[in-house]
Ligand binder design. Structure first.
Ligand SMILES: Nc1nc2c(c(=O)[nH]1)N[C@H]1C(S)=C(S)[C@@H](COP(=O)(O)O)O[C@H]1N2
Ligand SMILES: [Mo]
Length: 264
């Protein structure tokens, strides 16, 4: 994920000085490249195309820069809504073979804290993000799709989740974050573990809309994970339970031989 600066071998300073240089380069790269990338993403995102577009762009860009948790946050390319597939492909029904429970709630568990039960309205209370990107399945197909939901990082901030301290996550204190988020369907028939770097990526969404409509049962109603830095397998449909851990949560396809991280 991270790009190493290219230094000619014969000009390498002695090791301490080199480490300092690399560190300085890292901060420079973060200061210049990341905010521009994030800004481009916001600017090109369909959700920003309202009446107040210029103002929203500025607000969103500032907000996003302030909430960039990790320096190696590369953004996946985004597209216009017109480029999205009119009918999204469906694949994988583990954990979603029964009807969506009428009394669905998002169950959230953190070690040493009382569990939290949230409704879909609690999720929708956060700023809505729309994103058109290329969804990729390890089975060899991909499709440009249009999703809507809330940023997982915004959600964790609002409900003060994902930290050992019980405070809202803080981009300046990433050591406070649990290392993994586990997600399971309500019946536990499908489950994934997500590394915190990928979970806090600004394009990772708790999605409740596909093509501007509530997500259908087959695509993961009422709420699913959309995580563009991972292959389809990690994009769990019908989230029932979310939990935080420093040990890798169990993972359906990792248990069946796939790489645990399946990153793009
Ligand atoms: N609950 C659940 N989520 C799942 C799966 C599954 O079998 N069950 N399959 C995964 C795989 S392999 C892919 S490619 C995507 C497909 O999402 P889609 O049906 O919306 O295209 O869902 C992922 N999430
Ligand atoms: Mo997949």
């Amino acid at each position: 994920m991270s790009q190493e600066p290219q230094l000619p071998e014969d000009t390498l300073p002695e090791s301490t000085a080199r480490r300092r240089m690399l560190k300085a380069f890292g901060w420079f790269a973060l200061a210049s490249a990341v905010p521009v990338g994030v800004y481009e993403w916001i600017k090109n995102s369909p959700g920003a195309q309202g009446v107040k577009r210029p103002l929203r762009n500025i607000l969103n860009a500032n907000e996003t820069i302030a909430r960039t948790y990790f320096s190696n946050t590369h953004l996946v390319p985004t597209y216009s809504v017109a480029e999205a597939a009119k009918k999204a492909r469906t694949n994988g029904y583990d954990g979603i073979k029964t009807p969506v429970p009428d009394d669905w709630k998002l169950q959230i568990e953190t070690p040493n804290r009382a569990p939290l039960l949230l409704t879909i309205e609690d999720v929708k209370a956060l700023p809505k993000q729309e994103m058109v990107y290329e969804f990729k399945c390890v089975e060899g197909w991909s499709q440009i799709q249009h999703w809507g939901g809330v940023r997982l990082s915004d959600f964790l901030e609002k409900y003060k989740l994902g930290t050992h301290s019980g405070n809202a996550p803080d981009p300046d204190n990433t050591d406070d974050l649990f290392r993994y988020i586990g997600l399971e369907t309500p019946d536990k028939g499908y489950y994934v573990g997500i590394d915190i770097e990928s979970a806090m990526h600004p394009q990772t969404l708790l999605a409740y809309e596909l093509n501007g409509e509530p997500i259908s049962a087959g695509h993961g109603a009422p709420l699913r994970l959309i995580i563009p830095v991972k292959y389809g397998v990690k994009n769990l449909k019908r989230i029932g339970r979310m939990f935080f851990a420093d040990e890798r949560p169990r993972d359906f396809w990792a248990e069946r031989g796939y790489d645990y991280y399946v990153g793009l």
